[in-house]
Design a protein around this ligand. Structure first.
Ligand SMILES: [Zn+2]
Length: 341
């Protein structure tokens, strides 16, 4: 875990737990009232053993974490839970997440509340990550943010004045499915529809596009890697080493993403747009990450109104893989405070 820990003695109470369910790993953390992590752990998602088993394991891992860090479990007043969609947030139901075929139509929020004996706040995983960045991450100076998560897919989250915009059907902020290509040749998204951003700007899309160019005979150092084992990280390493094809395709991805960012900005008009997820090309500290962000920003500015081009901040996320559990805990904290007042 990358986030520095706050000691139990220094923590501001009450405390909140955050749970971030991913395709392979469930991250669990306990944070204080200022969003600082007291302790974090992870357990396998083990999709095949089903949700009831996962709920039991999450509750057990939370108890162990509190014991290990010598946290009085009475100080932990609420739990936040983020899962991949599809979902029904008001009803607390996980519906049909594509990456979790064993998790179908289950009242996960109430089951976890019973297992943890705490109220549970339920959120989309990208919405939780957005709240984490808004609360204590790259967006902490801003009152409204849009977060794009770039990984296997493209996720999104919108936070405006402490509110996560989930939409009427828990499908708000689905940035990955914004249409950016209406031509007959548009690439097909993982959801089955044509021309969606995710089909151009996810790690999966980058790898597919590189494979197609290699199969078409374009010269590249990546041709030395077996096509079925090629990853987005390989493409990034190739680009760092000066591979022209890798650089060009990452630039193309940045331009497509810039179009998606401009579209979302014209809907929400946030103070800041934040790029998160595992595919950040090294982030702000790395020349390739700087080049990527500059390309996204240039395309964004080319397409947006002048005031937005001049004033909207485009930033890399700051919390890395911890954003989801920190943000889930933050949303639980909000509910706790709203109920207390
Ligand atoms: Zn789609």
């Amino acid at each position: 875990m990358s986030t520095p820990l706050v000691s139990v003695a220094d923590a501001r109470r009450p405390l909140h737990a955050g749970v971030d369910v991913g395709g392979t790993t469930i991250k669990i953390g306990i944070v204080d009232d200022l969003g600082r992590t007291l302790g974090a752990t992870k357990i396998p998602t083990a999709d095949e053993t089903g949700v009831p088993d996962a709920v039991r394991r999450i509750a057990a891992a939370l108890r162990s974490l509190a014991d290990e860090r010598r946290i009085d479990s009475g100080d932990v007043v609420s739990v936040g839970l983020g899962t991949p969609g599809t979902m029904d947030i008001p009803a607390g139901l996980i519906l049909e997440p594509p990456n979790l075929p064993g998790w179908r139509h289950f009242p996960i929020r109430d089951a976890l509340a019973e297992a943890c004996e705490r109220p549970v706040t339920y959120a989309n995983d990208a919405g939780a990550a957005a709240y984490g960045e808004f609360w204590v991450g790259a967006g902490r100076e801003h009152r409204s943010i849009c977060l794009f998560t770039l990984g296997t897919g493209v996720g999104g989250g919108v936070i405006v004045d402490d509110v996560s915009i989930d939409g009427a059907h828990s499908h708000g902020a689905e940035f990955g499915h914004v249409v950016i290509d209406t031509t007959a040749e548009a690439r097909r998204c993982s959801c089955g529809k044509p021309g969606h951003l995710e089909a151009y700007a996810s790690a999966t899309a980058l790898v597919s596009i590189v494979r197609e160019r290699l199969a078409a005979g374009e010269p590249s150092s990546l041709a030395g890697i077996a096509a079925d084992s090629l990853t987005a990280l390989d493409v990034a390493k190739g680009a760092e080493a000066g591979d022209a094809l890798a650089l060009r395709l990452i630039d193309d991805l940045a331009v497509r993403l810039g179009l998606g960012v401009a579209t979302v900005t014209h809907v929400i008009d946030p103070e800041a747009v934040i790029l998160g997820g595992a595919m950040n090309f090294g982030g702000a500290a790395h020349p390739l990450g700087q080049r990527f962000l500059a390309r996204v920003t240039a395309e964004f500015r080319r397409l947006t109104f002048p005031v937005q081009a001049a004033r909207t901040a485009l930033l890399f996320a700051a919390l890395g893989g911890d954003a989801g559990y920190i943000g889930a805990a933050g949303l639980a904290r909000l509910n706790h405070r709203n109920q207390a007042s």
